[in-house]
Write a protein that binds this ligand. Structure first.
Ligand SMILES: [Zn+2]
Ligand SMILES: [Zn+2]
Length: 225
């Protein structure tokens, strides 16, 4: 049985931009039949004990990650339960620390700034077309383990670019809804090749590339979100 996890979600407790309590988030994941979720609030660290309680009550595995704002873009970190915020300006140190702690780093929606949420192409907007090979040379890719390809808030142009970049970089690419409300929970997921029964198994499969990204529903394209 394949296991589907939404590994990019935001709760109102940890992200001011989210309207969804962690309880509602877990309930929505349960309704969508997901095996689990990772809550990746912005620069915020969840207490694993509280999340284990939610797991026990719901049957949905609940793990914490964090979405760090860094000079090279937003980076999702999994498997680390210690503060990393103080390292976000120094990517080399951050990468070393995450490695030391056995975590994994994923470039979140890496081309959001390049494609935006507009339905118009860059050409139609009077912008230069983008060379994906060029994008792949960005320094962020020398720090992260992989990149997010399916993000529930990305335009299809952005997703296409991320898919091409993943192929060029030889990475699998993850999927996550980036949900800020219950409606979009599970719209994009990461499907793991082997059973995930605990966080260590999730992190090790993310590190090894034993997964693929899947888009389950038409992604919402919410302007300004
Ligand atoms: Zn983000
Ligand atoms: Zn996010």
């Amino acid at each position: 049985m394949s296991m589907e996890f939404d590994i990019h979600t935001h709760s109102s407790q940890g992200s001011a931009c989210s309207r969804m309590s962690v309880e509602d988030l877990v309930q929505a994941a349960c309704k969508k039949g997901l095996s689990g979720i990772c809550i990746t609030d912005h620069d915020y660290c969840w207490d694993p004990g509280n999340l284990a309680k939610l797991h026990n009550e719901s049957g949905v595995q609940v793990y914490s990650g964090v979405e760090l704002s860094t000079p090279v873009g937003e980076i999702l970190v999994y498997g680390v339960h210690q503060p990393l915020l103080y390292l976000r300006e120094d990517l080399s140190k951050l990468t070393l620390r995450v490695e030391e702690l056995g975590g994994v780093m994923v470039a979140a929606h890496p081309f959001r700034m390049d494609f935006g949420v507009s339905t118009l192409s860059r050409e139609e907007r009077g912008l230069e077309p983008i060379d994906i090979e060029e994008l792949c040379r960005r320094s962020v890719f020398s720090f992260v383990n992989t990149l997010e390809i399916f993000n529930g808030r990305s335009s299809w142009r952005e997703i296409l670019a991320a898919q091409k970049a993943a192929a060029i970089l030889g990475k699998k690419g993850t999927g996550g809804s980036d949900a800020h409300s219950t409606l979009s929970v599970g719209s994009c997921v990461t499907v793991f090749d082997y059973p995930v029964l605990n966080e260590a198994q999730l992190v090790s499969q993310l590190r090894k590339g034993s997964f693929y990204a899947k888009k389950k529903e038409e992604t919402q394209n919410v302007l300004g979100m």
